[in-house]
Design a protein around this ligand. Structure first.
Ligand code: HEM
Length: 302
């Protein structure tokens, strides 16, 4: 072993105020690291628990789990941009590219859902999952909170219902996703929505307080630049996450629930054909980059 390496190890423990000797001796007895322990393979592979006997339910569960892991990777990147100070423009751009790359993974792989399950089996096992819905994916909502100020998550026609000087809880009463389960006329909520809000609303509110003024949208503005590459990267991400993925997802829902105009009920009970359409939601993370929100009028939205 080179002398300087031993010296560096000694310095490391000296800085911690520790005697390096037992640490170095401990290396004599430590077991080699294995792939299965490091990646926690056994734990990961023990997490699939189908509720029915249909084989493709496992495909459905595993693909949702893959999606949740990818969303975690995205949140991991977004968190660094939001909470770290003095992020260089170069790093900011690199991480926006990562966010788009991960979203592209979700878009291109979605055929696992659309074409990779038996149509009749899916339409049976999905009924056993009522009232659960992908709608209840909290990571999907966390990511939005990291990406853009809450005002951008409120449909334009509802913004005038906000009080003067709104607080975070006021925004969450009008946030676009409540439309999936809240009926303003009867002031009642679907079970899917009320279970979701009971579990997560407080955490969403706390995160929105923490990210106030620091979202990706606000970080981008803080560079005070018209850098064309940056603007293109942000638009690419907005387009992928808020238009392409929702359309891929909606077309899958149509494939299973609306073949030959059957219009089956969704497990989460929303008016899904309307609710899921990007034009209806009007959700954009960087709306100022789009002329008159032109992206939401795009021809690809079919
Ligand atoms: C066969 C596959 C799928 C179908 C037919 C489907 C269908 C639906 C429907 C109808 C809704 C509307 C809410 C409701 O009433 O339930 C919904 C919402 C949602 N689903 Fe899926 N889904 C599928 C797969 C997935 C996957 C793999 C994910 C990944 C986690 C996912 C995530 C979501 C999310 C995040 C929402 C809420 C979207 C929003 O609020 O904009 N879905 N899904």
């Amino acid at each position: 072993m080179p002398e300087d390496l031993l010296g560096k190890i000694k310095d490391k423990y000296a800085e911690l105020g520790e005697n390096p000797k037992p640490y170095i001796e401990g290396l004599l007895h430590s077991k080699p690291i294995t792939y299965w322990d490091y990646v926690e393979v056994d734990t990961l592979l023990s997490l699939q628990k189908p509720k029915t006997h249909f084989k493709d339910e496992s495909v459905f569960i595993m693909y949702h789990q893959v999606t949740e892991l990818v969303l975690k990777m995205m949140i991991h990147e977004a968190q660094q941009l939001v909470f770290e100070t003095n992020v260089s423009l170069e790093v900011f751009k690199d991480k926006i590219k990562r966010l788009t790359r991960y979203t592209d993974m979700l878009i291109t792989s979605f055929s696992v859902m659309k074409d990779g399950m038996n149509y009749d089996d899916y339409n049976q096992f999905r009924l056993s999952l009522t009232p659960a819905s992908g709608f209840q994916s909290a990571q999907f909502r966390f990511l939005e909170i990291y990406c853009t100020p809450l005002i951008n998550l409120i449909p334009k026609d509802k913004r005038n219902f906000l009080p003067d000087n709104p607080v975070v809880t006021d925004y969450f009463k009008l946030i676009y996703w409540r439309a999936a389960g809240y009926d303003p006329h009867t002031e009642s909520k679907s079970l899917t929505l009320s279970l979701f809000e009971d579990k997560y609303l407080k955490t969403f509110i706390a995160l929105a307080e923490e990210t106030k003024g620091k979202t990706l949208f606000e970080k981008y503005l803080s560079y005070h630049t018209n850098d064309e590459e940056l603007i293109k990267l942000l638009k690419d991400f907005d387009h992928a996450y808020n238009v392409k993925w929702p359309m891929t997802h909606l077309n899958t829902a149509k494939h299973y629930l609306d073949k030959k105009g059957e219009n089956k009920d969704a497990t989460g009970g929303s008016e899904w054909k309307k609710y899921l359409h990007p034009k209806h939601q009007g959700r954009l993370f960087f709306p100022n980059l789009w002329e008159e929100n032109s992206i939401l009028k795009h021809d690809t939205l079919v």
